[in-house]
Write a protein that binds this ligand. Structure first.
Ligand code: CTP
Ligand code: CA
Length: 229
């Protein structure tokens, strides 16, 4: 319940949110990165704190100021994000992976800056897979009642890709949005469908990222109250 005077519905809960995009270094001055702004993850962290949760926000390369009343852990790469998420998830009631995790990282890191050589074409960049953090925390729940939430930005048959990804990842909820103009990257607004492992699909109309965040916490809180707090 969120009525006046009622105990906030996430009071006594610990939630972990990842936000931003990882950067995978090639050399001391260059990286592979992505366009995640971190705004959706920050909206999730702020709204959870307002609903009474203890919040650990694991932030990668957003440049955003730390929200008040939230424990913030700053990381750079996918491997660092994995370490921080696993550590924070150990006693968490919910883990929300809003971060854009690089699927690949350069196979080698050059300790010195990579230089051009006259008359030579560049060497190709070899990549290796990064760990899949969402699949790992979904498979090995730190607590049996823990709720795990993923995000996916898709094109084309967005819902079909989403349903397939929900199954592959093994999470409880997957927030699926369509990538396109004015949507998702860097914008203040979002439109999504939240897919649940039990088959329930909750559409969230185009609106502020806070509104989507509140819907995510409604669905998480609903799953937590069926277990004891
Ligand atoms: N994710 C993760 N670790 C990774 C990649 C993704 O934890 N190495 C998480 C993201 O934080 C997000 C969800 O998985 O919550 C879906 O990310 P997405 O990139 O859509 O999934 P992928 O399995 O990488 O699929 P794709 O090939 O479409 O990129
Ligand atoms: Ca990916």
């Amino acid at each position: 319940a969120r009525g006046a005077g009622a105990r906030p519905d996430l009071a006594g809960r610990h939630v972990v949110v990842s936000a931003g995009g990882t950067r995978e270094p090639l050399d001391p001055v260059r990286y592979l990165g992505n366009r995640s702004s971190g705004k959706q993850g920050y909206a999730l962290a702020r709204t959870a704190a307002a609903r009474g949760a203890r919040v650990t926000l694991i932030e990668a390369n957003t440049g955003l100021p730390d929200p008040a009343g939230v424990d913030v852990v700053h990381v750079g790469t996918a491997v660092q994000l994995r370490e921080a998420v696993l550590k924070a998830a150990a006693d968490a009631d919910a883990v929300v992976m809003a971060a854009a995790v690089a699927d690949f990282r350069p196979a080698a890191y050059a300790e010195g800056k990579i230089k051009k050589k006259d008359g030579q074409e560049p060497a190709p960049v070899a990549l290796v897979r990064n760990p899949d953090i969402l699949a790992e925390i979904s498979a090995e729940r730190a607590r049996p009642e823990q709720v795990v939430v993923g995000f996916a930005a898709e094109t084309d048959d967005v819902l079909a890709h989403g349903r397939d990804k929900l199954r592959r990842k093994g999470c409880d909820l997957l927030v699926v949005n369509e990538v396109g103009e004015r949507k998702t990257f860097g914008s203040e607004e979002n439109e999504a469908v939240v897919l649940a492992a039990d088959g329930v699909e909750t559409p969230v109309p185009y609106g502020p990222k806070e509104a989507l965040a509140e819907t995510v916490w409604d669905l998480v809180a609903g799953r937590l109250t069926t277990t004891a707090g």
